[in-house]
Design a protein around this ligand. Structure first.
Ligand code: HEM
Ligand SMILES: CC(C)=CCC/C(C)=C/CC/C(C)=C/COP(=O)(O)OP(=O)(O)O
Length: 296
């Protein structure tokens, strides 16, 4: 996460600034999500070149969407402590058509490469991932409704399907189940952070769930949506994955439920951050479990 100290002047462009602009840590996890989708698909294995293209196209389109999000929110980001040091805010990167062009070229190149080296389905899902984050969530929904994250959360599902259809355009049951898991994972992941940063979102006028209904109701919603998520995370085992996956899903799910329960008991920043971190651990376990299990 970013520092909360405002920057007084605009220092020069650094590698760190660029990495921050493209939200690369999240991009790496999105790419890992696509690779998990690939692992659980039942198609033939990809060539080394196809694997590289899949990895880079998901990483680059996700990076482009992350940069677009910061480009579009250069008016919103100064209002929040967590985001006010971002480069379009500090002036480290100039807000203007050049960067919009870079973002457009990166998106078209990554979707086009997926189409050429993989197939139209994989390219469509790479496109939808970036489109749902950049346009559906950031432009259309984020400032309008607390349901922003419910629809925006489909971005993670598209990542699973991009990986899975790269090898098998047939949309198998296990990849579809994993895509559903990602859809249910994103709201409690984000609402936990939204409780921790509630004052920021309220000050910026963004209608995130805790701002609209208060921390207590938001915490209860997180708890119930985590229960739904954990139940859904067992589906890939019902459709074919084995004990390694099931063990990882139960372990990660148990931790997430425990932290979500503690959040309902005491809905404040510390328990919310613990729940947010549990969401990341649970996702890592589910994806790793799926990848390892699919090797047997
Ligand atoms: C539209 C849906 C989503 C929203 C609104 C959202 C929101 C956020 C926010 C606000 C952060 C904090 C970032 C920061 O401090 O700069 C975050 C962190 C994170 N998110 Fe999400 N998220 C979403 C979907 C996803 C998906 C689909 C994944 C992975 C599959 C993901 C993985 C992560 C990871 C790994 C972090 C920690 C990154 C870090 O420490 O820098 N998120 N998310
Ligand atoms: C297949 C594919 C390319 C998928 C890409 C999907 C993708 C990049 C999802 C990331 C979602 C995300 C980091 C949201 C951050 O919320 P925010 O922007 O509201 O957070 P902020 O307040 O930190 O800007």
């Amino acid at each position: 996460m970013q520092s909360t100290t405002p920057t007084a002047s605009a220092p020069g462009l650094t590698v760190r600034t660029i990495l921050g602009l493209f939200k690369l840590r999240i991009g790496v996890v999105i790419t890992f999500t696509a690779l998990a989708g690939l692992a659980v698909s039942s198609g033939p294995s990809l060539s080394a070149l196809q694997l590289i293209v899949l990895t880079l196209s998901v990483l680059v389109s996700s990076a482009a969407a992350g940069a677009f999000n910061q480009y579009y929110e250069h008016d919103l980001d100064p209002k929040m402590a967590r985001t006010r040091n971002r480069p379009f805010v500090t002036g480290q990167i100039k807000h203007g058509p050049f960067w919009l062009g870079v973002i457009g070229v990166l998106t078209v190149t990554s979707v086009g490469a997926a189409w050429l080296a993989l197939n139209a389905w994989a390219a469509l899902y790479v496109f939808l991932g970036a489109f749902f984050y950049a346009i559906v969530y950031t432009v259309w929904l984020k400032r309008r409704t607390w349901l922003n994250i419910v629809f925006g959360g489909l971005a993670g599902s598209w990542a699973v399907l991009a990986g899975a259809t790269a090898a098998d355009p047939g949309h198998g049951a296990v990849p579809l189940a994993l895509a559903f898991v990602l859809f249910l994972w994103t709201p409690p992941h984000f609402w936990s952070l939204a409780i921790a940063c509630r004052d920021d979102y309220a000050a910026a006028g963004v209608p995130m769930l805790p701002v609209v209904v208060g921390n207590e109701r938001a915490a209860r919603t997180i708890f119930y949506s985590t229960l739904a998520l954990v139940a859904a995370s067992l589906l890939p085992a019902a459709f074919g994955l084995g004990w390694v996956y099931l063990g990882a899903a139960v372990l990660g799910g148990g931790l997430f439920i425990q932290k979500a329960w503690q959040l309902t008991r005491n809905p404040e920043r510390k328990t919310a951050l613990a729940c947010f971190h549990a969401s990341l651990i649970q996702l890592t376990l589910v994806l790793l479990g799926a990848i390892i299990d699919a090797q047997f």
